[in-house]
Design a protein around this ligand. Structure first.
Ligand code: NAI
Ligand code: MG
Length: 510
């Protein structure tokens, strides 16, 4: 086997060939400068494999391949039903390979295998199929103006789309971006996060097997500041779609200005979860746990700020603490009973620990956790699920995104105060409200500044429903029919009858 593949055996015994190259034009190739990045298993800190990392010259090559494919009749003029079938075949291949893909995801990212297999891969397959169904339903309009003028619109693809994804859901974030881009006829250069490079490369082998024309889908790995920046400022890229931190999102906006790229950004959050006195306590506790502890707390919409009405505060705290202790089983992500694996990298692990120190020094009450979790073989980036109570609005842990199994809890008196405090943030991604009073639930949902508000649930996202933020949580929407808007232009075409001299009464009329 060439240097471009390596045979690996995962901790669960699964053997597979891991591609190591950049996936350009349906082939794996070395990076021009030969630079590599090494992927680490966050459960035991061992090296898994090294893969080629792109520099600007490799990004040029990938963009050129995508541009050529965009203009090629084999993709540009493909019958839209055939395009949908091609995407469907891709989804079927992912389904056939889902155990391998889930294994790679767990090994490289640290998320529990059952979650990777059933939730992440289920979402990946579902998203590609969902958008495959749209391929032959991308319609324009006819606009009736006057007998003299016929106007119609068509929805045309944007062109070459640069897509930059994060490490918390590598395959799912790729699917959210590939689905709408492909069904509308764009071509793609997608950059995986340097922390989790492996699963995206394996997906490349399935792109080729499905039969996409060369250059339609290109996958590159590489550092954000090198490969990501080269893509964001490339003059021949028409669109940039990004998911990640708010700070990087702002840099990408600036870089994208170089040729006025179309952009969609999905960034950070500090999403509130509001529990009223009249809530179903049991349900509020269960959803609040999922809302912050799922995926090791590494979820952009995590409801990381819990606000509880005074009358139920003590009861909630007690029930929540018990539920977290019972349910958040920390351990080897390949074990069935594990709910929480390690944080993705040492950097993220240390970042969460630094917020723990900050919470302690600012005087919040540490109710649970508050330290590294050392009982999984002594190594790895595990954190004990952490709960701070009596958290005040000016504390750093109340204001900043932590991105770990780390939650802050405060109390409120009135509905007005709940709204004010829920909105007292620069972010606006998700929000959750718990009340048995449905009118109050919808009143809150109307006034909370967020892209998504869940009433009596949290993080109950769905591929058919638009996902995105307001304020500094992003621009544009992914998923659902709304996701198509981010990948098409409405082109107006007009035909007008003969031009005659303009009179006072008529303009361009026969
Ligand atoms: P990041 O936003 O820097 O990285 C996300 C992606 O952007 C990666 O593919 C990275 O290579 C790329 N990137 C980084 N700098 C770039 C640049 N200058 N130009 C172009 N691309 C660039 O996030 P990072 O550093 O991995 O995580 C830091 C924090 O960001 C986390 O603790 C969390 O708070 C937040 N985050 C939020 C995510 C979300 O889902 N909204 C996902 C990942 C991180
Ligand atoms: Mg890794």
């Amino acid at each position: 086997m060439s240097d471009l593949f390596v045979e690996l055996t995962a901790p669960n015994g699964r053997k597979y060939p891991q591609p190591r190259g950049l996936f350009i034009n349906n082939e794996f190739v070395k990076s021009k400068a030969g630079e590599t990045i090494t992927s680490i298993n966050p459960s035991d800190e061992s090296e898994i494999a090294s893969v080629y990392a792109a520099g600007p010259e490799d990004v040029d090559m990938a963009v050129a391949a995508a541009r050529k494919a965009f203009k090629d009749p084999s993709w540009r003029d493909m019958d839209t039903t055939a395009r949908g079938e091609l995407m469907y075949k891709f989804a079927q291949l992912i389904e056939e390979h889902k155990e391998t893909l889930a294994t790679i995801e767990t090994w490289d990212n640290g998320k529990p295998y059952s979650v990777a297999l059933n939730e992440d891969l289920g979402e990946v397959i579902g998203t590609i199929k969902y958008y495959a169904g749209y391929a032959n339903k991308i319609h324009g309009q006819v606009i009736d103006t006057s007998p003299a003028k016929l106007a119609y619109t068509i929805r045309e693809p944007l062109g070459v789309c640069g897509q930059i994804i994060p490490w918390n859901y590598p395959l799912a974030m790729a699917a959210w971006k590939l689905g709408p881009a492909l069904c509308t006829g764009n071509t793609v250069v997608l950059k995986a996060a340097e922390q989790t490079p492996l699963s995206i490369l394996y997906l490349g082998t399935l792109v080729k097997e499905a039969g996409f024309p060369p250059g339609v889908i290109n996958f590159i790995n590489g550092e954000g500041r090198k490969a990501g920046a080269a893509l964001a400022q490339h003059l021949d890229v028409d669109k940039i779609a990004f998911t990640g931190s708010t700070g990087t999102g702002k840099e990408i906006m600036k870089m994208a200005a170089v040729n006025m790229k179309n952009i969609t950004l999905e960034t950070g959050g500090k999403s509130p979860l509001v529990v009223f006195d009249d809530a179903d306590l049991d349900q509020a506790v269960k959803w609040a746990h999922i809302g912050i502890m799922y995926n090791q707390g590494q979820v952009c919409t995590a409801t990381s700020r819990i606000l509880v009405q005074e009358g139920i505060y003590d009861k909630f705290i007690e029930a929540f603490k018990d539920y977290v202790a019972k349910t958040s089983v920390v351990g080897d992500p390949f074990k069935d009973e594990t709910f929480q694996g390690p944080q993705v990298t040492k950097t993220q692990f240390e970042r969460v620990l630094s917020y723990i120190e900050s919470g302690k020094s600012e005087g919040a009450t540490l109710l649970a956790g508050g330290e590294a979790y050392k009982n999984v073989g002594g190594k790895g980036f595990f954190i004990a699920p952490t709960i701070f109570t009596d958290v005040k609005d000016n504390m750093k842990i109340y204001r900043e995104e932590v991105f770990g199994p780390f939650v802050v809890i405060g109390s409120f008196k009135t509905e007005e105060e709940a709204i004010e405090r829920a909105n007292d943030t620069t972010y606006g991604l998700g929000a959750a409200v718990f009340t048995e009073n449905i009118a109050k639930g919808h009143r809150m949902a109307r006034l909370i500044e967020a892209g998504m508000v869940w009433i009596n649930s949290s993080n109950d996202s769905d591929i058919r429903i638009p996902f995105g933020g307001v304020k500094q949580s992003g621009i544009g929407r992914e998923l659902g029919e709304a996701g198509l808007e981010a990948y098409t232009n409405k082109k107006a075409r007009l035909s007008t009858s003969r031009c005659r001299q303009l009179t006072n009464k008529s303009r361009l009329s026969t």
